[in-house]
Design a binder for this molecule. Sequence first.
Ligand code: SF4
Ligand code: SF4
Ligand code: SF4
Length: 312
Amino acid sequence: MVRVAEEWFAVCGGCELSLLDIGESLLDILPNLEIVHMPVLMDHKLFGQKGDGTKPEIPEADLGLITGGIRNEENKELALEMRKKCKIIVALGTCACFGGIPALANLSTTEAMLDQIFNKEKGTDPSSPPSDKSLPKLLDRVYAVDEVIKVDIHLPGCPPTPAHIVELLNAVLAGKTFALPERSVCDTCPTIREKQSTGGSIKRPLQNAQFTPGRYDNMRCLNEQGLFCLGPVTKAGCNRILGADPSEEIPRCIKAYMPCRGCFGPVRQSSNPTADIMGSLSYIGRDPKEIVDRVATINRFIGSGRLRPQDK
Ligand code: SF4
Ligand code: SF4
Ligand code: SF4
């Protein structure tokens, strides 16, 4: 029996939905799991059942799943508590691994972000940011979980696929570790590559690619067509289906004739996607300077340690 604790920090809840999306495989796995803490599923009180505790406590567990980046003091305290109580910590989803979309806020200081949201947004009456002392204090930026505590396993994806979650849980039940292969989205993409651009400028993401409906194998690489695709620097696996041959999985956005936006994060933890994608575009004769809002676009899902305030 593996005892499981789960916590969520700066999230949208999509990673938890992916857990539920496991479907029938969950029936095989559940008898071997004892869920001891999971706010989305059970009413376990962090400060004791009567609320008389003085600090948040999470029960001891073999496996600790964390979704979401670390945005405030409470997230940080709970991350430290999870590390103390769980033998194995998994950063589940791109927000936990790299900050995800919430880490785009790292392009601003906390003060500038609050000022923008509460005073400058069109359509909202200006007001003061909440000052209630019971609210957790925001940290200076969004942190990936491994910037605050040691993480044993990273499982990226926005959200991670249910198939990968099953593979992860089965690996833990078998006493093994788990890691996605170091392959890029391009490695699993069926489009035709001629190693040169078709000319013109880099287009905005919502412009259509040239394609034959139902065919992927005669569509020209989207970067060569002039759309901006992060496939060369993004980890493969977004279309993982249990029991299917990984070599036949077509990346999800490519299947919709859309460029990859990088939601699985870098191919390796230590990669430098900005330098790598600029090199990749230059190689086929594209000018990376044409990418609109370049810094945020390249780091859309991975801004925790990479984006810095641009405020004047
Ligand atoms: S990784 Fe994606 S699905 Fe998961 S919490 Fe973040 S935004 Fe939501
Ligand atoms: S850049 Fe995009 S379209 Fe081109 S091969 Fe890579 S994933 Fe496919
Ligand atoms: S193609 Fe890229 S952006 Fe689209 S789901 Fe896959 S990894 Fe995410």
